[in-house]
Design a protein around this ligand. Structure first.
Ligand code: FMN
Ligand code: SF4
Length: 636
């Protein structure tokens, strides 16, 4: 498992019982090697959120020892990632870079070239912290030399323009760091090196680009010579948007599945030690192919272990259909409120409510004490997850879906570029319901009469939301289609399209339609910007739009009417104008589909215990659908 900052430690960087339970749970799933997340070696090396785990003095050792012991109890090897953010450290503490070269992520930051003494102190810090990791009982360290962190800042021609020996030999910092750790920890201690196989700076800069995959032949043997036992090949740097492998909204849009395999293969050709590759490797067939073709020696994964820690044992047991696959949504990295709200809360996973909450045990499946008859109304993500857990707990459950297939909004949500993995979630849930033999009733709209006939003990309402149709004159014309229908390929469009509504779905629809370069697309919004709630899918779609021919019309004051020629608006400047179109797409949000709940309430049918989950309660995302479904199912 690749390192993942799961934010379960204290704000001053100490391991907690929650951290121990988290790693123990992953170790139980059959993984071979666990790398703990980045631990900074000096307080001035912390990232932008001031709460990276640390091992900067001996007081951190006892807490970390509990983690090492818990992982070892499951027979799994474990290492701790050590690093320093260098020029990317939090603005207030930053003073350390190899050489100051703009642009930086925080332009106002006061950067300072490291002196010889500073460098010696930092190298000493790596060695001392590594020996603390050893004292805590870990098998080794992973030195973070990737993603633009301090060792890479030295290694990179982009950022290291020093003229002294640290600039003449750009590998010197890394090789000295490795030798220092080896001297401090001995030959039996594992040293893994996380390396960006290509910095990808050449994607942004023509003049002083970084090193590329072609330089690995020179880099890797020198690092091995210094004492490295294995490499974890990743890519990019924090200031190369879209090519950085870390926790940001760009997680692999440009590289996709196995996108770093070419880098790993190049590394393997010149390496005498094992090569691990990390970055969207969680497809079992891809792993098999990469290993059998000799492109790498091991497949590393991060997010898949949040989505399903039992991933390795499910492969080993020959039941890949039971794997709950990571859908690449990025929620674990940026949390509930999107980028604006990175808030140091513990990690959560959209598809696995247990992630981050292992100690509390909320999501451990326990048999129900009283078996209940439960009707679940709605076969989208919320309804399916509720039914799955109810059945696992031993309840008698029937799932009603008014359409001819299960999946609900998951189908529309998996269409936009970069979002196809959402269909893996639908596939997983449908397969699990089949395997559990849940009584699924398709093409069945539930009415009060049906409920009265069935007389369930409990009703779970998960009927999703209804698409909102804004009251614009002409909105009922034949040239108007709903965005969701379009994504589900249930609507045709002409060559000129105007989209009304610019939040996530509007941006995704624009992204989807504009894949066809023949289409002229205009995206409009009443708000001053697009995807303003900061949801990651919307931001990703919006970023995709920048390279495309899509007209953005924010700040519409009024949609005056829809007619044969298009949409007449009053724009942000107050001028009335026509946006020509032969198809108008509505993506103006949705409203909770709570009609059954209202009817039950109005008829005073108090004998049923009623729960409402997912969009049927309030339109939101997959996260809420899955988590609410799971929580309600655990409480029945
Ligand atoms: C929540 C989260 C936290 C991460 N924290 C770290 C970290 O502490 N150190 C690191 O080197 N990479 C970190 N990464 C990057 C991962 O190790 C990995 O390179 C990336 O997620 C791509 O692999 P995947 O597709 O298997 O998730 C993090 C990723 C995520 C999603
Ligand atoms: S499903 Fe989403 S939240 Fe869960 S691990 Fe994957 S990217 Fe993270």
């Amino acid at each position: 498992m690749a390192p993942m900052d799961v934010r379960l430690h204290t704000h001053d960087g100490y391991a907690t019982d929650r951290s121990v339970a988290h790693y123990q749970r992953i170790a139980k799933g059959g993984v071979g090697l666990i790398n703990l997340e980045l631990h900074v070696v000096r307080a001035d090396g912390m990232g932008p959120y001031f709460m990276d785990p640390r091992i900067t003095d001996d007081s951190y050792i006892p807490g970390m020892k509990k983690i090492a012991d818990a992982i070892h109890a499951e027979g799994v090897v474990c290492q701790v990632e050590l690093g320093h953010f260098g020029k990317f450290a939090a603005a207030e503490v930053s003073s350390a870079v190899s050489a100051a070269v703009p642009p930086l992520t925080a332009p106002g930051k006061n950067l300072q070239e490291l002196s010889e003494e500073d460098i010696d102190e930092l190298l000493e810090a790596f060695a001392v912290c590594a020996s603390r990791v050893k004292q805590a009982g870990f098998d080794g360290v992973m030195l973070h030399g990737a993603h633009g962190f301090l060792p890479q800042q030295f290694m990179s021609p982009h950022s290291n323009r020093r003229t002294d020996r640290w600039g003449q030999d750009r590998l010197l910092f890394s090789t000295e760091m490795i030798r220092g750790v080896r001297d401090a920890c001995g030959n039996e201690f594992l040293i893994s090196y996380r390396l960006s196989g290509d910095e990808y700076y050449q994607k942004l800069y023509q003049d002083v680009a970084g090193y590329t995959v072609d330089n690995l032949a020179e880099i890797i043997p020198q690092l091995v010579d210094a004492g490295v036992d294995s490499f974890d090949i990743s890519a990019g740097a924090l200031d190369v948007p879209r090519y950085y492998a870390g926790p940001d909204p760009n997680l692999f849009p440009a590289n996709g599945y196995g996108g770093y395999l070419p880098l790993a293969a190049a590394a393997k050709k010149v390496s005498s030690v094992p090569i691990i590759v990390t970055g969207q490797m969680q497809d079992p067939e891809l792993i098999e192919r990469a290993l059998s073709e000799g492109l790498c020696d091991m497949a590393g994964m991060a997010r898949q272990f949040l989505a399903d820690p039992d991933f390795p044992s499910k492969i080993a047991e020959g039941r890949p259909e039971d794997i709950r696959r990571c859908i690449g949504c990025g929620y674990c990295a940026v949390g509930a409120g999107g980028l604006a709200a990175i808030d140091n809360h513990s990690v959560q996973c959209a598809v696995n409510p247990e992630a981050g909450w292992v100690l509390e045990g909320y999501h451990t499946i326990r048999p129900a004490t009283d078996t209940r008859k439960v009707m679940v109304v709605g076969g989208g993500a919320a309804g399916m997850e509720t039914a799955r857990i109810l059945k696992l707990r031993g309840h008698q459950v029937s799932l009603y879906e008014k359409s001819s297939r299960l999946g609900g909004q998951l189908h529309a949500a998996s269409v936009a570029p970069g979002k196809t993995d959402i269909s893996l979630l639908a596939h997983y849930l449908v397969t699990q319901l089949e395997k559990l033999k849940v009584d699924v009733r398709l093409n069945k709209e539930v009415t009060i009469d049906e409920i009265e006939r069935e007389k369930p003990d409990v009703l779970v309402l998960a009927a999703g939301g209804n698409q909102f149709v804004p009251p614009i004159p002409g909105v009922d014309r034949a040239n108007v289609v709903m965005g969701v229908d379009l994504l589900c390929k249930e609507a045709d469009i002409g060559s000129r399209v105007v989209i009304i509504g610019g939040e996530e779905v509007g941006c995704e629809v624009a992204d989807f339609i504009s894949e066809d370069k023949e289409k002229e697309v205009t995206l409009t919004s009443l708000l001053p910007g697009f995807s303003t709630r900061g949801h990651i899918a919307g931001l990703r779609a919006l970023m995709n739009l920048h390279g495309k021919q899509v007209d953005l019309v924010p700040g519409v004051r009024q949609y005056v009417e829809i007619n044969d020629e298009g949409v007449r608006i009053i724009d942000a400047a107050g001028a009335e104008r026509l946006l020509e179109a032969n198809t108008i797409v509505l993506t103006a949000g949705s409203r909770a589909n709570d009609s059954l709940a209202v009817e039950i309430r109005n008829k005073g049918l108090v004998r049923y215990s009623v729960f409402t989950v997912g969009d049927a309660s309030e339109p939101r995302s997959i996260v809420e659908a899955i988590h609410e479904g799971a929580i309600v199912a655990q409480h029945i």
